[in-house]
Design a protein around this ligand. Structure first.
Ligand code: ADP
Ligand code: ZN
Length: 637
């Protein structure tokens, strides 16, 4: 057995404290851990950052201490196994992985450790687990009572319903049939009911106890801004909110196309913001290198298509920005969910405009899918558009979409989360019923007059009474609707149109995206359906949050809340951590999270005992790094 476990902490609580350095379990962790230690099967549905790993790592350690058994963790994310094992070894827990990155001699060494009962956890990809050779090793362990549990991570991969389906996951039901009595946990952050049912059925977990956590991510602040000049808006957002005297935050910027990824990366670089591109068109080695750099270095911005992200467990991604609209709320939730896994404040920021609505609609229309599927895609897009157009709490809408009642205790009271743009500064609205009628009747006149439809730009020109070449050529200055909207700005008209499109009163057709009235436009035209629109945002965004040192508005925990001396200590600790991470060839957050360093900088402990009381400082790390940390803290900053 490993030295750090020589005293064999055998209760879950002891393991949590002495190995992980945490004082308390979170949410349902304790119930899950105890259930599995007692030999029960479990299905764990928890959002990203909820703390799923502990749910199998603690039982693995407790059960290993009793029987020398190994926990087999099935994961599709080969690229991450090295870091996960590194993190466990840092905690003094003996772990290993078996995957295609090992050569034959390395693999043999792991197998010997496994069969000798020395491993507490073994990570393996599903295709590896299903090989006859591996199953035979498991047989031999099973005969000796040395399989402590199976953890099936990213369990939604067994479902064809989601996007990450893996054929090999279907084979994992063999674990149940062949190794009866060994507890199994399936874990996923995918919430929808269909996927859930698939997991239970396909992994034969019908009898397993279900643990379903809330999918709320309270530390993520949701903001959706109207597109004006999206790149400039992004730049302002990064500079105002994620850049301080002590460096820039790590973040992800999602774009729809490869080309836009490349352009945005170059542009951010030219503005002095270190950015890396990631999309499926880049060669595999470069993708790998960029991903590694993003995980290991601080303050990098990854500009990516949705090809990037699955299994990125970097805890300190401080913002996820969308320059284009995702396909649906599931995508939005999953992508934004990569921010703030460490529980510290993080931003989900999106710029959204008229063209997004038009593009997404068109992509569905022109797609190859069956009509039934398209209808489903349209409905899902509509739900996302409603979220983007909402005047009320974004979080409440997100959670409601996933079937959660967001605030049962506040029944009857208008619920606001206090941590989304609409809660923080409720948008002003204007009665756009008249304007909407004008726009709709102008679209109607186009057809009547010219026999064809026209696009948004031309419509706005006509409404505002601009005598452009096209207007004159078509004789549209003679339309009764010419100039009837001169009292509104172009931005206001774009807003009116976007919201008419989002609400489905207007649709776009053909390669020129010409505007046509939908059936529901009648009610608006007749004036029986009022339209209330958000006032276009002021060009200047809300004030600089200067969050780094002062804490954020709305009573949310400030990220660090350090005074100047504390910030200097924090910087010194980060420099020390970077050096250790480099020596161990591990990402810095595996040595210590930002949250742990910040607490050290704030509390400034002056003894090993006081240092050990800081969250995230377990026995092994205290022994390995305690003296160095105390020295770093004691140095004059
Ligand atoms: P998930 O896999 O669900 O996305 P992780 O297992 O990576 O989440 O945990 C997210 C973060 O929360 C990690 O940094 C982890 O160390 C931390 N964490 C988990 N459980 C606790 C706890 N009980 N106390 C303090 N921190 C925790
Ligand atoms: Zn809110």
């Amino acid at each position: 057995m490993d030295a750090a476990l020589a005293d064999a902490p055998v209760t879950a609580q002891q393991v949590l404290r002495s190995v992980f350095g945490y004082a308390d379990f979170r949410g349902q962790q304790q119930a899950i851990v105890e259930h599995v230690i007692e030999g029960g099967d479990a299905l764990v549905l928890m959002p990203t950052g909820g703390g799923k790993s502990l749910c199998y790592q603690v039982p693995a350690i407790v059960r290993h201490a009793r029987t020398l058994g190994v926990a087999v963790v099935v994961s599709p994310l080969i690229a991450l196994m090295h870091d996960q094992v590194g993190a466990l070894e840092e905690l003094g827990v003996h772990a290993a992985f078996l995957n295609s990155t090992l050569d034959a001699a390395q693999a043999r060494r792991v197998e010997r450790e496994l069969l000798a009962g020395r491993l507490v956890l073994l990570y393996a990809a599903p295709e590896r687990v299903l090989t006859p050779r591996f199953l035979a090793m498991l047989d031999s362990l099973h005969e000796r009572g040395r399989l402590s549990l199976f953890a099936i991570d990213e369990a939604h991969c067994v479902s064809q319903w989601g996007h990450d389906f893996r054929e090999e996951y279907l084979g994992l039901s063999v674990l149940h049939e062949r190794f009866a009595g060994v507890p199994r946990l399936a874990l996923t952050a995918t919430a929808d009911a269909h996927t859930r049912a698939d997991i239970q059925q396909r992994l034969q977990l019908q009898e397993a106890q279900r643990f379903v956590a809330s999918f709320d991510r309270p530390n993520i602040r949701y903001t959706i801004v109207e597109k004006d000049d999206a790149r400039q808006q992004l730049l302002r957002f990064i500079r105002d909110e994620h850049q301080g005297p002590h460096g820039r935050d790590s973040g992800i910027v999602y774009c729809q196309t490869r080309r836009k990824v490349e352009e945005t990366t170059d542009w951010l670089g030219a503005q002095g913001i270190a950015a890396l591109p990631y999309h499926a068109g880049l060669d595999a080695a470069l993708r790998r290198r960029n991903q590694d750099r993003f995980l290991r270095e601080e303050g990098l911005v990854m500009v990516a298509t949705i090809a990037f992200g699955m299994g990125i467990d970097k805890p300190d991604v401080r913002f996820v920005a969308h320059l284009d609209l995702p396909k649906n709320i599931e995508g939005y939730y999953q992508e934004t969910g990569r921010a703030g896994r460490d529980g510290l404040p993080a931003d989900a920021w999106m710029a959204y405009g008229l063209a997004d609505v038009v593009n997404q609609r068109r992509m569905i229309d022109e797609g190859e899918a069956e009509e039934d599927f398209k209808r489903l895609q349209r409905a899902k897009l509509d739900a996302l558009l409603a979220l983007a157009e909402a005047h009320d709490c974004r979080r409440m809408r997100l959670l409601a979409y996933f079937g959660e009642d967001p605030a049962p205790e506040a029944a009857g009271v208008r619920y606001g989360c206090g941590n989304c743009d609409n809660c923080l500064s409720p948008p002003a609205t204007w009665d756009a019923t008249e304007a909407a009628r004008k726009a709709l009747s102008c679209i109607y006149r186009f057809r009547q007059h010219s026999g064809i439809g026209f696009g948004a730009g031309h419509l706005i020109d006509v409404l505002r009474g601009k005598r452009t070449e096209k207007v004159m050529q078509r004789g549209h200055e003679r339309l009764s609707t010419f100039g009837i909207g001169a009292d509104h700005s172009e931005a206001q008209w774009r807003g009116v149109l976007r919201q008419l499109l989002a609400a489905g009163h207007v649709k776009t057709v053909g390669e020129y995206n010409t505007l046509e009235l939908a059936e529901s436009a009648r009610a608006v035209l007749r004036g029986t359906m009022p339209v209330h629109l958000r006032l276009p945002a002021e060009p200047a965004p809300r004030g600089r949050r200067s969050a780094r040192a002062d804490g954020r508005a709305a009573g949310k925990p400030p990220p660090l809340s350090l005074d100047d001396a504390g910030l200097a200590r924090f910087a010194a600790l980060k420099a020390w951590r970077a050096e250790v991470a480099r020596q161990h060839n591990l990402p810095a957050y595996i040595v210590f999270h930002d949250a742990a360093l910040a607490e050290m900088a704030r509390e400034c402990p002056d003894s090993l005992q006081a240092l050990g009381a800081i969250g995230g400082v377990g026995a092994k790390k205290l022994e390995a790094y305690g003296e160095q940390i105390l020295r770093t803290l004691a140095q004059p900053q």
